[in-house]
Design a protein around this ligand. Sequence first.
Ligand SMILES: Nc1ncnc2c1ncn2[C@@H]1O[C@H](COP(=O)(O)OP(=O)(O)OP(=O)(O)O)[C@@H](O)[C@H]1O
Length: 599
Amino acid sequence: MRDRPRSAPESPSAPGTRRRIVRLFLPYRSAVCVITALIVAYSALNAAVPLLTQAVFDRALFGPDGPDLPLLALIAASAAALACAVGAVDLGQTWVSSRVAQRVVHSLRVEMFTLLQRMPLTFFATERGGEIQSRLAGDTAQIENAVKDTLPGVLAGVFGFVAAAAMMVALSPVLAGVALVFSPLVLLVASRSGRALEKLSAAGQRVRAELASIVAERLSLGGVTMARVHGRRDDEVAGFGAESERLAALGVRSGLVAQGVLSAGHLFFVLTPYLVFLAAGLADGTTPGTLAAFTVLQARIHQPLWQILNVSTEIRSVLGAFTRVFEYLDLRPEGEPRRDTGRGPGALTVRRAAFRYPGTDAKERPALREVDVDIPAGSATLVIGPSGSGKTTLGHLLAGLHPPAEGSVEVDGSEVRAPMPARICIAVQEPFLFQGSISDNLRYAAPSATADELVRVCEITRIHDRIAELPDGYDSLVGERGAMLSGGERQRIALARALLADTPVLVLDEATSALDPLTEQAVVEAVLAERRGRTTVMITHRFGVVDCFDAVIALEGGRVVEQGTRPDLLRDRDGLYTRMVRAQTGNGRYSQPLRRKPR
Ligand SMILES: Nc1ncnc2c1ncn2[C@@H]1O[C@H](COP(=O)(O)OP(=O)(O)OP(=O)(O)O)[C@@H](O)[C@H]1O
C-alpha cells in the first residue's frame, strides 16, 4: 500500500494484476459460466454450417440420383434455423456480457470515487486533476469495452478455432493437417510482437493522461486567463502540440507493429487454401462436397485467428488500464472519522502540535512545530503572522483537515484528527462554489435550511442585498466554481454557508480577504456580534480592520511567538504583532483598542 500511485507506471501491467482481475470477476462467476457456455454454443452452431454445404454438394445437387430439390429445401430451412439460433445465442451472450461489464465497472468507479473522497488533502495538492479524470473515466471505459466486447471476442475466437479445427479433422485429417500447419507460427509471431505493442500502448496511456491533465489545468478559466495575461497562448499551444505529437508518433508505431502482425497472418490466410487444394489434388477420395465444406471452414478458422490477432493489443492495453485502476484502489485513505454528533461549547486546545507536508525535505523546517494554544469556548481569536508562517496550516489542523504529526488538537476534550462537521467549520480564502444556484450552494451546509435562514446568514455576510438585486434572487446560477460572481461575492456566500452550518467552532482563513475594508469590517463585526456563543478563530493579514477580538496568536516560522490579549501584545513595542500593526497602519501608538468591542 502506498500513499500515492506512480502516475507513470514503468510496467504496463504490474505483477498480480491478472490474479486481481480474476478476483474481481469471482462474484459474477455464474454469469461468466453462462457467457462461456453461450460462446461455446455459438462456435459449435457456426461450425456446423459447413456440414450443410457438404450435404448440398454431395447429396442434394450432385448425389448419385441427380438433384434432390426437397432435400435442398430441407437443407435451406435447416440453414435458416441455424442462423436464427446463432443470432439468438449471440444476442443472449452480448446481453449477459454487457450486464457483467456494467456491474464490474460501476463498482470499480464507485470504489475509486469513495476512496478518493477519503484521501488526505495533500494528495489533491500533488496529484494532477487530469490523472484522476483519466483513471476514473478513461481507464474504466476501456475496461468496460474489454469486458463487453474484447474478452468475449477472444473466447469466441478460441472456441471458434477449436470447433472449426475439430470439424476439419472429422472431415479429413490430412487436409486438416495442411490447413492448420502454419497456425502455431502465426500465434507465435502475434505473441512476440504483443510485448512491443504492450509497451507502446502503456506509453500511449501515459501521454493521454498528460494531455488530459493539460486540458483540465490549462483550459480552465484560471489557466486561460493566466496564458492571456502573460501573452503565453502560443507557448500553451506548443506545449499541448508537443504532447499530442508524441501521442501521434506512438500511434503510428503501434499501428505499424500491429499491421506487421496482421500482414504476416494475411499471408498465411491467402496461402493455406491453395496448399489444401494441392493436397486434395494429390490425395485420392476427396469429394467436391468435402472440399467445399473445407473452403467454408477455412474462412471460419481464419476469422477466429484474425480476431485473436486483432484483440491481443487491446487485451494488453486493458491490462495496463486495470493496473492503473488497481493503483488507485491501493491508495491509503485517511481513517474513517468517528461519527461525531456531539457539539459542546467549542473550547480548542492544541498541545505541542507539529505538522510537515508530505514530500517536503526532512531538513526543511516543518510547517508547524511545538504549537501550544488555548482558545476558550465562545471567544474570538485573531491569528496573524508573516506569509508562510503556518497560519493556514494551523487553521487546517483546528478544522481537522490535516491530523497533527505530533502532539494533539482537541475540541472540548475530543481529539480532532479528521473533520468534525457537527462541531467545526472552516471558511477559506478561495471557497469552492459548485455549478448550481446560490441557494443550492448555501444549503450544501444545511439541506433543510428554510428560506428565512438563508436570508439571515446572507444578511450577516452583507450579501443579501446583492442577491436580492439579481433577477432570479437566491435561484440565480453561480457558474462553474462560482465564475459568474465576483471574488468578494463568492467569499460572502461561502461565509454565509459556513454560518448556516451553525457549528460551535468557526475558523475563518482569510475568508474576507477579497472584500473592501469597509465591507470586510461590517461583515467581520456582524459575524462576531451574532456569534451566539460560537468560538471564532480568524486568520487574516488585515487585522487592523477590526479590533473586537479577545485574543491574538502570532505565528512566525511555524511557531507561536506571541499569544495574549490585544492590549497585552501592543505593550511590547518590538513584538511581532505591534510591528505588523505599525506596518499596516503607519501608526505605532496602539495602546488603546481602535474601536469599541461589539456586544
Ligand atoms: N501542500 C503543501 N505542500 C508542501 N508545503 C506546503 C503546502 N502548503 C503549504 N506549505 C508550506 O507550509 C508553510 C506554511 O504554509 P501556510 O499556508 O500555513 O502559511 P500561511 O502563514 O498561511 O501563509 P500565507 O499568509 O502566505 O497564506 C509554508 O512554508 C508553505 O510553503
